[in-house]
Write a protein that binds this ligand. Structure first.
Ligand SMILES: C[S@@+](CC[C@H](N)C(=O)[O-])C[C@H]1O[C@@H](n2cnc3c(N)ncnc32)[C@H](O)[C@@H]1O
Length: 404
């Protein structure tokens, strides 16, 4: 008998998992923090215990890969938007084919796989309606998260094994997977400047990827009052926070909404093309084109904030970005706040290990462990004050100050 086709679940392990699922389920019912996440982890473990190796392989390569391509197709043909029309009533595959101007057999096949994967609801034979996931896919931030990852990261994943083999599995000075996949010599950001539509997609992706997660500016994560607001001193600068490489400004918008009473101005910096592409940003946030490979022009701010910026770059480049901040900082006053994934040495979450590889398909950087962050940041003149984390966030906030 072929061993890959037989499930060999250890019955006592299955029983233990079922019992922990029951416990997490009860906790979930009472809204206990972390119970949803614990339930999901146990369900994932149960699935991998019960699946045969062959089922797992075919799930990855047939079922999930096709699902991704089918969702991408549905986004492009605006299938989810058509499903949302007329108060999101249930619609037949034929009706949706007419609304999308697509072939009815093809649309039926798309809907069938979407329903089989739980992306839409099949209310009865050939009748479909949206669920929370497909509703989210009608919204620009979620839709563009999917689109950007499919269009830019996926081609990189396709060439990744050959790329690594050609480099004898050495990391060198930073990954160039994107360059191989797109046959393009420059960085992702240079490519985005040349492709404005993709740049808007990327900026929506950046704004959308953390929706629903706890953020460092929420209660119970970083002490915004004591750490930032209380010490603010106009004599150094009127600026409280500079968001360096801040994209379309969604983090500063969130800060302004969550901490409306905190004094000091907010400054958003990014490449000129990104700043000029912004369509909606509160007028109180100052927009400033600035290349972070040059010296920081805003002197004496209370904090310089870098969110998912350093992970885009090799250690050498990341150090250059940090060194450009140091001359602008006031000792014992200014700080650098870095919002990034900190991968633990043990039991790393798949969301972060997956992101690590996805990231390397688009930029030369990678996600870093705590030790790697310490090695990077403890340059001459900088020191980590504390790494702030929260169980409901995959990112931490690394607080850094000037020393000497
Ligand atoms: C991964 S995105 C993060 C955006 C934002 N901080 C966030 O977390 O949503 C990196 C940002 O760095 C910006 N960037 C890339 N090269 C830059 C440069 N030389 N100077 C300033 N910003 C740059 C990009 O345009 C992009 O907005």
């Amino acid at each position: 008998m072929d061993p890959t086709t037989i499930a060999h679940p250890d019955a006592s392990a299955v029983a233990r998992l079922l019992s922990s699922i029951r416990t997490h389920g009860i906790n979930f019912h009472t809204n206990a923090p972390g119970s949803r996440e614990a339930l999901l982890e146990s369900l994932k473990s149960l699935t991998s215990l019960l699946e045969t190796p062959n089922e797992s392989i075919l799930k990855y390569m047939w079922i999930e890969s096709s699902h991704h391509a089918v969702i991408r197709t549905a986004i492009e043909m605006k299938l989810f938007e058509r499903m949302a029309e007329d108060s999101a009533t249930t619609k037949t595959d034929e009706e949706l084919a007419v609304r999308c101007k697509g072939n009815s057999l093809l649309v039926a096949r798309i809907l069938r796989h979407l329903a089989a994967m739980g992306t839409v609801i099949e209310t009865s034979a050939r009748n479909y309606r949206l669920n929370p996931l497909s509703t989210a896919l009608t919204m620009p931030n979620y839709r563009d998260t999917f689109t950007f990852c499919f269009d830019v990261i996926r081609p990189g994943l396709q060439v990744l094994p050959t790329y690594l083999k050609e480099r004898y599995y050495q990391e060198g000075e930073g990954f160039k997977v994107f360059n191989k996949a797109f046959n393009y010599p420059g960085s992702l950001f240079a490519y985005l400047v040349e492709h404005p539509k993709l740049m808007s997609t990327f900026n929506n992706y950046m704004a959308g990827r953390n929706q629903g997660l706890v953020s460092w500016m929420d209660t119970g994560f970083y002490p915004v009052e004591e750490g930032l607001a209380a010490g603010f001193d106009m004599r150094h600068s009127p600026t409280l926070l500079v968001d360096v490489g801040g994209g379309n400004g969604h983090d500063l918008e969130e800060f302004r909404e969550k901490h409306p009473k905190v004094q000091g101005s907010l400054v958003l910096q990014d490449l000129p093309e990104v700043i000029n592409d912004i369509t909606a940003l509160d007028a109180s946030i100052q927009r400033m084109p600035h290349d972070f490979t040059t010296l920081q022009p805003v002197k004496g701010a209370r904090a310089y904030f870098l969110h998912s910026v350093l992970h885009d770059w090799s250690d050498e480049k990341a150090r250059e970005i940090l060194k450009n901040l140091i001359p602008a900082m006031v000792k014992e006053y200014s700080k650098i706040l870095i919002q990034e994934v900190v991968i633990p040495d043990k039991e790393a979450n798949a969301m972060t290990t997956g992101l690590d590889w996805a990231l390397s398909c688009a930029v030369p950087g990678r996600e870093r462990t705590e030790l790697q962050w310490r090695e990077l940041l403890e340059l001459e003149g900088l020191a980590i004050v504390k790494i702030w984390s929260h169980p409901q966030s995959i990112e931490s906030l690394i607080e850094v100050e000037l020393v000497n």
